[in-house]
Design a protein around this ligand. Structure first.
Ligand code: SF4
Length: 207
């Protein structure tokens, strides 16, 4: 991948928003590991992985729709996009788990909406996260703040890809649910960083 010109995968934004190091492990080091959360996520996505469409009450429901934005430099796929008879375009991202707000899901949805706007030349002011366990939708406004964060996150990911340097570990509650914990070793890396900083302080004090 040419980190300056190649489009950034939309999934990378979600990884970055969850933990920048997770994004680096996946998109710089091509690390991959499954845990119960990724397996559940894959099971949910099997519902919408097959490209195609269905008509429901006059709404065309497209599955696995390819997305891109030349303006922002993004590429990816929408689980579902609804095309309503009144012209409304409405992306829906499928997630496992119960209905609850997760900022990284909202960012991914906003990136999809921005791609659709550029591809179709139509505004996409709202979308939804479909929470498979509770079978409930959570509607999300694609706000100016979310749009700003999409652009900022793409820039941050490009900078990381260009440097090839992994961000430091979060080493907090996020690590409990992360499938890459064994590869990442957040506690060991954080302890090494702490030791390095302590040595640096000692060295500076002796100057
Ligand atoms: S284990 Fe923690 S620090 Fe490492 S990638 Fe996962 S969330 Fe980030």
């Amino acid at each position: 991948m040419d980190e300056h010109t190649d489009p950034v995968p939309i999934s990378a934004l979600q990884h970055w928003a969850y933990c920048p190091r997770q994004c680096g492990l996946i998109h710089v080091e091509q690390a991959f590991a499954e845990n119960i959360h990724t397996e559940r996520g894959q099971a949910v996505h099997q519902l919408v992985d097959e490209p195609g469409y269905a008509m429901k009450l006059g709404v065309k429901v497209e599955r696995a729709l390819p997305l891109w934005s030349e303006r922002i430099g993004l590429i990816g796929k929408a689980d579902v996009v609804e095309f309503h008879p009144d012209g409304k375009v409405f992306p829906v991202e499928f997630k496992h788990g119960r209905k609850r707000r997760k900022a990284h899901d909202d960012l991914q949805l906003a990136a999809q909406a921005m791609c659709l706007e550029e591809m179709l030349g139509r505004p996409v002011p709202r979308g939804a996260i479909y929470h498979a366990s509770s079978r409930r939708r959570r509607e999300v406004d694609i706000t100016a703040e979310l749009r700003r964060r999409v652009v900022e996150t793409v820039t941050a990911i490009r900078t990381m890809l260009a440097s090839g340097v992994l961000p430091p570990p979060a080493n907090d509650g996020r690590c409990r649910e992360c499938s890459l914990k064994e590869i990442c070793e957040p506690e060991a890396v954080a302890a090494t960083d702490k030791l390095r900083k302590a040595r640096q302080l000692l060295f500076d004090a002796e100057q």
